[in-house]
Design a protein around this ligand. Structure first.
Ligand SMILES: [Zn+2]
Length: 406
């Protein structure tokens, strides 16, 4: 019949719209199921790692008391490298699966069937983890239906309210415990800017952070100081901003490194400089910091003889200039994907000094405490190659060096 368009004909826009909606609904369901499967696989792999630690730690370490914990850490690092996720994320995902299985089994099964979207499942896991076992059933009863029908932004509110209702502990006690988590951190943005939950030029944010660090360090060693370094940084920041701690407080010259190519400094090149803890900064800012700011350690790099510090040292102790240069070079822990800043890391001799390894740039790299211990106590293997450092996981996954920070 001329001019007739069937209700199933894709030439009919209503049909195309309906089809688009159905495809999106189907994909969301499939992605929830796939994500639940990822969480389950991570959780179950870590159970295996704890049951069979010999897969991840060498025979000589199987007898140490925390061999199982080490095996778990090595497995988390292995999963993180394979999945391209942060280790914290892998740990958090395993924990989500564990909590949901234990505290909210109906939500877990709805999530695995694709009925409950991943964001809602995560909200349930995060909140259920804060409840004592006696409150789990009541909490799940209160939210299980809404978890599959209410959008995350609103569901979070429902779930929080349900948690308050079933929470047997007093609010003051909860606040006291949560306040122990106080801390300060910097998040780097683009164009030389950073967030210290004030949007600041990175040089200012890095110096502010270094200052907080310095004051906190000076307080943490007091014999009767019960607070951790992270808590002290937060308290010092709070006091400074609230005007409680003025300029009369501990004032130590805090220095942040800035690396400037010599041609840039002379104005003959626009090659970017590098701000310690941040990365590349534009040539103008680099020149300004190197030329005027008193609180920056200037490190000039010669484009031809840039390896001047990379000479073999006969002492085990790492000279301050080499240490500073390595901090700039590495920026962070050199384990694949690890973001802990170099200033908080150990300097590791790749080939031990006792085995003839030198104290030189080619044999030294930054490793955070966690990855340093992993290198020595598990079956993770490290190798220095011209492009950087290669890590081989206990199960044989090889990760190429992360791209350099500059
Ligand atoms: Zn690390």
């Amino acid at each position: 019949m001329e001019g007739f368009v069937s209700l199933l004909d894709p030439r009919n826009p209503d049909v195309r719209v309906e089809l688009g909606m159905a495809r999106a609904e189907y994909a969301l369901r499939a992605s929830s199921m796939a994500f639940a499967e990822q969480l389950a696989a991570i959780h179950e792999t870590l159970i295996e790692a704890r049951a069979f630690p010999e897969i991840f730690v060498g025979p000589s370490y199987l007898s140490i008391p925390d061999a199982v914990a080490f095996a778990e850490r090595a497995a988390i690092a292995d999963l993180a490298v394979r999945l391209g996720l942060a280790e914290q994320t892998v740990r958090a995902q395993a924990e989500q699966a564990r909590v949901l299985l234990l505290c909210a089994p109906r939500v877990w099964s709805g999530f695995r069937d694709g009925d409950i979207p991943a964001p809602n499942a995560r909200i349930v896991a995060d909140l259920a983890a804060t409840l004592p076992a006696t409150a789990w059933l009541a909490f799940e009863d209160a939210i299980v239906e809404a978890a599959s029908t209410v959008a995350p932004a609103r569901f979070r509110g429902c779930a929080r309210a349900a948690r308050e209702r079933v929470q047997p502990e007093a609010a003051a006690e909860l606040h006291r415990r949560t306040a122990e988590e106080r801390r300060v951190w910097v998040e780097h943005d683009i164009d030389g800017m950073s967030w210290l939950t004030a949007y600041l030029p990175s040089a200012v944010a890095q110096r502010a952070m270094a200052h907080l660090d310095c004051v906190a360090q000076s307080l943490v060693s007091a014999p009767d100081e019960p607070r951790t370094l992270a808590q002290l940084r937060a308290d010092v920041a709070g006091d400074l901003l609230a005007g409680v701690l003025g300029s009369e407080g501990p004032h130590v010259g805090v220095a942040v490194g800035v690396m400037v190519p010599v041609l840039t400094l002379l104005g003959l090149s626009e090659q970017p400089g590098t701000l310690e803890g941040y990365g590349p900064i534009d040539a103008d800012t680099a020149r300004e910091l190197a030329g005027h700011a008193p609180s920056f350690i200037r490190i000039l790099t010669d484009p031809i003889t840039g390896t001047i510090l990379d000479i073999d040292r006969t002492a085990y102790r790492v000279p301050a200039d080499l240490k500073r240069w390595l901090q700039m070079r590495d920026g962070t822990c050199t384990f694949t994907g690890c973001g802990r800043r170099a200033a908080d890391c150990d300097l590791d001799h790749n080939i031990a000094w006792a085995d003839g390894g030198t104290t030189s740039a080619g044999n030294l790299s930054h490793l955070c405490r966690n990855h340093h211990r992993l290198k020595h106590n598990s079956r993770w293997k490290v190798e220095h190659v011209p492009e950087g450092i290669t890590w081989t996981s206990p199960t044989g996954h090889v990760s190429r060096p992360d791209p350099p920070p500059f």
